[in-house]
Unconditional design. Structure first.
Length: 339
């Protein structure tokens, strides 16, 4: 055994909302997908959590950028700086010397050739020598612990920040898939819009995200109802401070339209599923992963609407990341990885 290897391996779940990096089977980075840049020079000032703390509070010399929108790279330069900055943090934590990196990166199942190339180029510029990619629903299935190589149908619904990925998996491949650009960010935007329209109060992205986490619900009736959340912000007309209590029923009504679109996408994916695999899905149930799976009552609502049992993955936020980690260890075994 050599004392050190010249190639280090990392798995990256490059999410619209959060980026997670796994090294040696451990999550070493779990930070928001955001960078703070110098407006004059374009140089990186901060990345991840540090950059998020600056969001909405910048002066003219700093701008914060979320490089990924709707699950794909929207700002190529910022994405490269972000991956580089986060990989640098991994290196600082584990103090390893490595001239080259082998990476497995999760990408949306609806990615175009151009989008796939953008991820590959960004990863290569961030010191990746061998870059493999895996579709997020496949990674989520691996992270949940499903046997993706079996001759059996499994359905995974991965609701991330920018896109919702729905896929039927069998024999190590995606048989049918549906990718829609309605996900966590849209629910946050629905809440901002509702607060502006219904209460005449301005709320930022981070406050809307907090409302979603504290009182977000897909149902108007919950057994374990959360307390109302008090929102502070300026009145749109007078700019005077306001205090508004928000209930989960109110949020359930305001995100109704977006949830219905996710419902319709699941039904559409089921429509295109071959009958033999459909029977397997009815037997096995459907798995929910991604941050959206944490929305109160979503599994029950989908179950009542579709008539198939829905299971929420254990720690759904980390399902895709864990799956990319599994893929990293089995690069030679899994033929579905994109080189």
């Amino acid at each position: 055994m050599p004392l050190f290897s010249f190639t280090k391996e990392i798995a990256i779940d490059l999410g619209t909302a959060n980026t997670i990096i796994i090294h040696d089977d451990k999550i070493v980075i779990d930070e928001p997908s955001i960078v703070a840049l110098d407006t004059k020079t374009g140089k990186l000032i901060a990345v991840g959590t540090e950059a998020q703390q600056m969001q909405g509070k910048e002066h003219e010399g700093i701008r914060t950028v979320r490089p990924l929108r709707k699950g794909v790279i929207a700002d190529f330069n910022a994405a490269e700086l972000m991956i580089r900055g986060l990989v640098k943090k991994v290196k600082a934590k584990s103090s390893w010397f490595s001239p080259s990196l082998r990476m497995v990166v999760g990408i949306p199942s609806g990615s175009t050739e151009v989008e796939i190339r953008a991820v590959r180029d960004s990863s290569e510029h961030a010191d990746g020598r061998d870059v493999y990619m895996i579709y997020e629903p496949m990674a989520a299935a691996l992270g949940i612990g499903l046997d993706v190589l079996a001759a059996e149908g499994n359905m995974v619904v991965d609701i991330g920040g920018g896109s919702s990925e729905i896929a039927v998996i069998s024999l190590g491949g995606i048989v049918s898939n549906k990718s829609i650009q309605i996900a966590g960010d849209d629910l946050t935007e629905d809440i901002r819009e509702h607060m502006r329209r219904a209460h005449n109060i301005k709320v930022g992205e981070r406050t809307a995200e907090q409302i979603k986490m504290r009182v977000g619900s897909a149902l108007t009736e919950l057994d374990d109802a959360p307390d109302d959340f008090i929102v502070h912000g300026p009145n749109q007309m007078t700019s005077l401070p306001m205090e508004v209590p928000v209930s989960y029923q109110e949020i359930s009504h305001c995100i109704e339209k977006s949830i219905s679109k996710i419902e319709a996408a699941v039904l559409s994916a089921l429509e295109h599923t071959p009958p033999e695999l459909y029977a397997d899905i009815v037997k096995n149930g459907i798995w929910l992963a991604g941050g959206g799976a944490l929305l109160r009552g979503l599994d029950k609502r989908l179950q009542d609407k579709i008539g198939i049992e829905f299971h929420v993955a254990e720690d759904p936020l980390l399902a895709v990341a864990r799956g990319t980690g599994v893929a990293l260890k089995n690069i030679n075994k899994f033929k579905f990885l994109i080189r």
